[in-house]
Unconditional design. Structure first.
Length: 334
């Protein structure tokens, strides 16, 4: 597991699995993607062939892994799960590919991190359902062609811009998942609360949804934290009051920014006078990996209008100064 997924998923897999939707009909919002996937899957099932390869892109926690599992469930197929960083040698990938059964789904998370030789092997598997495994070294090396059963690759990436052209071209269907609207997260919270047996009021759900950074994984995580608070310090009911008090304890502010988000903004504003500043300098200032800052914090800070990415570096917007309660410096041109 790399830095980014460790940061967002640590210790939460079990609880997440309980509320993870199993079928397309349970998957909340993202109507366009859902509709397109529904057509793709039904079309393929009608013809009795595996559907085209699917690429899902978008920030962490928006439902890519969930959709990959749903694709397999809707097809009634098996699923093999791996990730780009886990495939170090092309032999690892060849072993996985040749062990797939007809119609299986192969899910590769963080596909943009796959090593180059493995990526090239994947091309021929995706296109021709065969791979050439090279045995031996030097002049005596021979390529042994092996058949791969027809399968569907589901690739997920937080950075579709880092995928090579040939890789992207081999996906027949590409979907971008966007941040969720607050109303969709309210619906998601009511569903999760029902499954977890947590009583929740509409106002409680609205409060948590508004602070979830448009992200289902965060909404579910905050729900569990507010539940702890409600059970330990109140009567167990998640209400507006318990949500507000709990989120104060957990340092989640009115916009849903957490410590790291605020640390990034504070560094930008206080240490670099609002920028522009390069990503790696900013990451060092907050003691995080550049990837974590770029993939976990920035998409939401940009979307919330607090940070801008410019060719010269990261810049804090006027809204960032205001959100931190700082006066705008005199003479600042925004
Ligand atoms: P990603 O792979 O994009 O990082 P996941 O698929 O692991 O995100 O989603 C994180 C959690 O959020 C899942 O456990 C799931 O419960 C929840 N989730 C994501 N999208 C939805 C959705 N559309 N409807 C309901 N729950 C969702």
């Amino acid at each position: 597991m790399n830095e980014v997924s460790a940061y967002v998923a640590e210790g939460e897999q079990d609880a997440e699995a309980t509320v993870r939707p199993k079928r397309l009909a349970e998957f909340i919002a993202q109507h366009r993607v859902r509709d397109q996937l529904d057509l793709l899957l039904r079309g393929a099932m009608g013809r009795g062939t595996p559907p085209d390869h699917i690429l899902l892109s978008g920030p962490p926690g928006l439902g890519k892994t969930t959709l990959a599992n749903i694709v397999a469930a809707e097809l009634g197929s098996g699923i093999r799960v791996t990730s780009g960083p886990a495939i170090e040698r092309s032999g690892d990938l060849a072993a996985i590919l040749t062990s797939l059964a007809t119609g299986d789904v192969l899910f590769i998370d963080e596909i943009h991190r796959i090593a180059k030789p493995a990526e090239e092997l994947l091309y021929s598997a995706m296109e021709d359902f065969r791979v050439d495994v090279v045995v031996g070294k030097g002049p005596g090396a021979t390529a042994i062609p092996l058949d791969v059963e027809p399968f569907t690759l589901v690739g997920a990436t937080t950075r579709s811009g880092l995928l090579t052209g040939p890789m992207r071209d081999r996906f027949g269907f590409v979907a971008h998942l966007d941040f969720y609207a607050a109303a969709d997260l309210e619906q998601l919270l009511h569903r999760s609360a029902r499954i977890l047996g947590v009583p929740i009021t509409d106002e409680g759900a609205v409060e948590i949804a508004g602070r979830s950074r448009g992200t289902p994984r965060i909404a579910n995580r905050l729900l569990r934290r507010v539940r702890d608070y409600a059970e330990v310090r109140a009567d167990g009911m998640v209400t507006l009051a318990t949500a507000r008090e709990a989120l104060k304890v957990y340092d989640v502010d009115a916009l849903g920014l957490d410590r790291l988000d605020r640390a990034v903004l504070r560094a930008l504003v206080d240490s670099f006078k609002g920028g522009p500043v390069g990503l790696s300098t900013l990451a060092v200032a907050v003691g995080e990996q550049p990837d974590t800052v770029e993939e976990v914090c920035e998409p939401f800070l940009v979307r919330a209008g607090l940070l801008a990415r410019t060719p010269r570096g990261r810049v804090a917007t006027d809204a960032a100064w205001q959100h931190l309660g700082r006066a705008l410096p005199a003479g600042r041109i925004s």
